[in-house]
Structures are given as structure tokens and as C-alpha cells.
Design a binder for this molecule. Structure first.
Ligand SMILES: Nc1ncnc2c1ncn2[C@@H]1O[C@H](COP(=O)(O)OP(=O)(O)OP(=O)(O)O)[C@@H](O)[C@H]1O
Ligand SMILES: [Mg+2]
Length: 385
């Protein structure tokens, strides 16, 4: 029997698989409590989900799932390699996030000089805001386009913006610690990944949530040890704030008040959530611990939001919750009561195509994967450019 046709078909399949892998890209988010990866590909102009996955770092640090860690590049690479195998990641080309804590982001004002002069003025001005020696950081800046700045300052339409004159220009200054960049580069190298770029997690988060929103919105990233608050308008970060509490604090206070292990407390926290609907003892304890932690975070977030609204004479239209902490059951209602604002739980997988039967699973996992999806989307765009 002539098998050449079958062989040809097989070759064709292998070819398809090979090109498919090459055109796929990965987003790698190395968080303090877990690493998240998302692999996507471009299919006729549509971003399609290949695979995604997460690995807890606690167990690599003699700690528990859900707890923040500070691991070496070697340990991080070990975890990342395991995750890539488990999630069946096939592409090595990736975008990588840098934690907000290893950075400085500031919106500065500079004299309104012409575009060429701005390119020399901004870096000089930016240096004044960096509290560490310049050789310890990578400095980057972004000059807010004129029209965006005018719209931000109150122009009601691009036409109205056209006719106004700017007295000063705004620039977003970003500095990242070299030490962190080096550690991440080493991690990726050991895990045999090929980073296309590194970016601050806030930018990936914005891309995965509000990049198309024109009105001012707040993003609250509820991580393990800290919660980060970003105020964004027209895709520009106007202000940011870090609250030194996160979802791991719920687990810790539950473990100590109920005399149980951190691992057990984490399990119960994920089952029960913040609103104690049932009369079950565990649920009531979780609700109590979660209320204590989340109240602390939202009281501070509210204070920062109010201060911002007053300073810029703006009204925040909604708050988007991201991060693993945002998957806590009952949190949207609780946040709504605390902040008295419209609350949305991030659903970043809605930006990629996936089988319909996965919709609910992806919606639930979404908040944790915002950064990884934002990274993968940028890398996919850069691949095509
Ligand atoms: N289903 C769930 N219900 C409640 N909490 C959860 C759930 N899943 C994860 N968490 C909590 O989310 C936290 C981790 O969130 P996330 O993965 O966003 O943090 P991270 O990225 O590692 O931290 P960071 O961004 O601060 O470095 C953990 O403390 C964990 O307990
Ligand atoms: Mg995170």
C-alpha cells in the first residue's frame, strides 16, 4: 500500500504544529506568591488562547500556597520550568512583568518646549525625581501627547483641544531597578525562555483591563502581600499607591485566630469568601478575617481616591479589581459598599478567543491572569510589527 499520502499529511501536520508554536507568544508574570503564564497566538488577526497556568511559590520557600515569597533566580527558574511543562507551554518567546515595588512611576510637568527639545528636557527633569543613583536604574519616559493632555486638563473634544494652548507638558517617568531586571533575566535564561521585553506590571494590567476606557478609572490589584492602586485616564497613569496589606493577611489572621495551619486557612478562605451567608463556623471566621483585611485596604483606597478626585477635579467612574485577592467570593458587593462606586471584576480572558465551554472557568481565573494576558498581548503585537 502506498503510504505517501499519509506521510505527506503527517508532514503537513508537523509543519503546522511547528509554525503554530513559533507564532505563539507567552506572558510571564512572576508574582510574589505565584507565577502565572498565558500562551496565545495570532489566528487571522484574532488573539487565540493556547494555554495558561499558575504555580504557587510558597512550597518553594518552605511556606504555603497563597503566601508571598522572595526567591532566588534559581528557585524561580525551577518553578517556572515546572509550570511550563505542566501548562504545556510550547513557545519560548515571552513578555515579562517587573513588580511595581521595584520601580518608580511619576507623572511630571516640564516646560512646553518643542518636541525635539522635550527629548532632552524630560530625561534631565526626570532625574530629579529618582531617589537612587542613576546607574542603579533603567530610566524610561513617555511624553503625554498634546491632545490627550488637553483632554485630561478639561478640553471636552479633540476640536476644543486643538484651539487651546499648553503652558507646560506632562511626561510619565518610569524607573526600574537594575538588580531586579538582572534577577529576572537570569530566571528567564535558566528556564530557557526568550524575553522580548520587560515591562512594569501596571502597564500589562492596563492593557488587559481599561486600555480603551476614556473616563478616569481606578484599578486595584489585590496581591498576596500588597495591594496596588492605579488611577488611569486615557491610558495614562495619573497616580499610584501601594497598600501594605494583601490577601495573605486574611489567611494569616484566620490561621492564628482559629489555631489552624496556613494551608488549611487558605483552603477555607477560598471556599467561604467574605460574606458570611451560612451559619457555619468556618464561614463566619473567614468572613471576619476577610472583613478586617479588606476594610483596611478599601479605607485606604477610598482616601487616596477622594484625594485624587479633589486634586484633579475629576470623578472616578468605576473601580476594576484585579489580582488573586479579587477572586474572593462576595468581594464585589463588599467593595461596592466600602467605596460607593461601580465595581467590576477584571475579565481579561474576554480579550482572547477560547472555547465556549471554558468561559466560566476563565472568567473566574481572570483577575489573577491580568498581568500575564497584558504581557502576551503586547508580545503578540510586537511579533506582527
Ligand atoms: N479563589 C481564591 N479565593 C480567595 N483568594 C484567592 C483565591 N485564589 C487566590 N487567592 C489569593 O490571592 C493571592 C494571590 O494573588 P496574586 O496571584 O494576584 O498575587 P501575586 O501576583 O503573587 O502577588 P503580588 O502581585 O503582590 O506580587 C493569595 O494571597 C491567594 O490567597
Ligand atoms: Mg501580581
Amino acid at each position: 500500500m502506498d503510504l505517501s499520502f499519509l506521510n505527506q499529511a503527517k508532514n503537513f501536520l508537523e509543519y503546522k504544529l511547528a509554525t503554530q508554536h513559533e507564532s505563539s507568544v507567552v506572558g510571564v508574570d512572576i508574582g510574589s506568591s505565584s507565577i502565572k503564564v498565558v500562551q496565545i497566538k495570532n489566528d487571522k488577526g484574532v488573539a487565540v488562547l493556547d494555554t495558561y497556568g499558575e504555580i504557587a511559590l510558597g512550597p518553594y520557600s518552605e511556606s504555603a500556597v497563597g503566601q508571598a515569597t522572595n526567591l532566588t533566580a534559581e528557585k524561580l527558574a525551577e518553578a517556572l520550568t515546572t509550570l511550563m511543562e505542566e501548562a504545556k507551554v510550547t513557545s519560548h518567546l515571552c513578555g515579562v512583568s517587573i513588580p511595581f515595588s521595584a520601580s518608580l512611576v511619576k507623572l511630571i510637568e516640564v516646560p512646553a518646549v518643542d518636541q525635539d527639545k522635550l527629548k532632552t528636557v524630560v530625561p534631565i527633569e526626570a532625574r530629579k525625581y529618582i531617589p537612587v543613583p542613576m546607574n542603579e536604574v533603567q530610566l524610561d519616559y513617555f511624553i503625554v501627547p498634546e491632545t490627550e493632555q488637553k483632554l485630561f486638563m478639561g478640553a471636552r473634544s479633540p476640536e476644543e483641544a486643538e484651539s487651546t494652548q499648553l503652558e507646560s507638558r506632562m511626561a510619565l517617568v518610569v524607573a526600574m531597578h537594575n538588580e531586579t531586571l538582572r534577577k529576572y533575566a537570569r530566571t528567564l535564561e535558566l528556564a530557557k525562555m526568550r524575553p522580548g521585553f520587560y515591562e512594569l506590571e501596571v502597564f500589562s494590567n492596563i492593557r488587559a483591563t481599561v486600555s480603551r476606557s476614556l473616563a478616569p478609572v481606578a484599578i486595584i490589584d489585590l496581591g498576596a502581600a500588597t495591594s496596588k492602586l492605579y488611577l488611569v485616564e486615557l491610558g495614562i497613569i495619573l497616580a499610584s499607591h501601594v497598600v501594605p496589606s494583601g490577601s495573605q493577611d486574611i489567611t494569616r489572621s484566620l490561621a492564628s485566630s482559629s489555631h489552624m495551619s496556613i494551608a488549611k486557612a487558605e483552603e477555607i478562605k477560598r471556599q467561604a469568601g467574605i460574606l458570611s451567608g451560612s451559619q457555619n463556623d468556618d464561614a463566619t471566621r473567614v468572613s471576619h478575617a476577610a472583613t478586617l483585611t479588606m476594610e483596611q485596604i478599601f479605607v485606604e483606597a477610598r482616601r487616596v481616591l477622594m484625594g485624587f478626585q479633589k486634586k484633579y477635579n475629576k470623578v472616578i467612574t468605576k473601580v476594576i479589581l484585579t489580582g488573586g485577592g479579587a477572586t474572593l467570593k462576595g468581594l464585589p458587593e463588599f467593595a461596592r459598599q466600602q467605596l460607593e462606586l461601580e465595581i467590576e471584576i477584571a475579565n481579561p480572558f474576554s480579550l482572547v478567543q477560547a472555547p465556549a465551554f471554558m468561559e466560566e472557568t476563565l472568567r473566574q481565573a481572570g483577575p489573577e491572569f491580568c498581568t500575564a494576558i497584558g504581557l502576551a498581548l503586547r508580545q503578540l503585537g510586537e511579533n506582527e510589527a
